[in-house]
Design a protein around this ligand. Structure first.
Ligand code: 2AM
Ligand code: CA
Ligand code: CA
Ligand code: CA
Length: 258
């Protein structure tokens, strides 16, 4: 019942963005290059935070906009990216999503990612598998040479530019091709459904991957930092996510690169 209510509200949030584009007066620059926020990011987040507080009044929140960054704590914590793929949204790319995860005592227990343009709803409850629109999904069980590889390259840190593109080149040479979609949560869900064999990015925030991390684990895949260590839910980290064979092969490629 709780999870059904969460899904209902995430779908409503998707409806707030799928038929619209932000006008220039509604777009603002955040710190750094190509880092935008629109009135829609804020409106969607305010809506979701209000609705989730009605469902779980004592929950904490970790959400991208408006500095809502409470600690994960010992209870429930919603980890929310109101629009993942804001630049895509601004440029009418139709490849953005709402990402909402629920952690309990610091562990993910529920995750939902909704792409309102394709109406693809990815969900996972801990221990109960991963689903897209109600159908069970699984990560690829094949290797890189039989898969597409995706990467993200958000401009947080220009020192890393060569590194991520060197790794992307390496993945390109060992796979069927590389993709860069501009929404890490969608690319991660595509790992869960087997469309992407692997996804890599050097620095992401918990709201980019929290919900999708459970979806990938429940789809039989692996999601770690780029060196294979455990991801954080309370601070930024790198991400290497894939079906188990792609993940192992990509980890080896990464080690050979650095
Ligand atoms: P966002 O749209 O929620 O900000 C793609 O590489 C991912 O990086 C997206 O999920 C995007 O999430 C995030 N991103 C893109 N540019 C960014 C920037 N300059 N700063 C922070 N995050 C960014
Ligand atoms: Ca952002
Ligand atoms: Ca994001
Ligand atoms: Ca966002």
């Amino acid at each position: 019942m709780l999870y059904e209510e969460i899904i209902k509200n995430v779908k409503l949030a998707g409806g707030m963005i799928n038929n619209t584009a932000a006008s220039e007066s509604e777009i603002y620059n955040k710190e750094g290059f190509s880092n935008f926020v629109t009135d829609y990011d804020k409106k969607v987040q305010d809506f979701l935070v209000r609705k989730m507080k009605e469902l779980l009044p004592d929950a904490a929140f970790l959400a991208e906009e408006n500095e809502i960054q409470q600690s994960l704590g010992k209870g429930d914590c919603f980890i929310i990216d109101p629009i993942d793929g804001t630049t895509n949204f601004i440029f009418d790319y139709k490849n953005s999503c709402i990402s909402l995860g629920l952690a309990k005592r610091g562990e993910m227990v529920f995750g939902v990612v909704y792409n309102p343009y394709t109406e693809e709803l990815y969900t996972a409850e801990k221990g109960h598998g991963a689903y897209r629109n109600g159908n069970r999904i699984h990560c690829s069980t094949k290797g890189l040479e039989e898969n597409i590889a995706a990467f993200g390259c958000a401009r947080y840190n220009s020192d890393d530019t060569d590194l991520i593109f060197d790794f992307a080149k390496c993945l390109y040479l060992h796979s069927l091709g590389v993709r860069n979609g501009g929404s890490s949560a969608i690319d991660l869900c595509r790992v869960a459904s087997g469309s992407n064999g692997i996804y890599v990015e050097l620095l992401l925030q918990p709201w980019d991957y929290a919900a999708a991390s459970l979806i990938i684990n429940e789809a039989g895949g692996k999601i770690t930092q780029i060196d294979g260590s455990k991801i954080f839910l309370d601070k930024p980290c790198s991400i290497l996510a894939g079906g188990s064979i792609c993940w192992e092969e990509s980890l080896e490629l990464w080690k050979s690169l650095i």
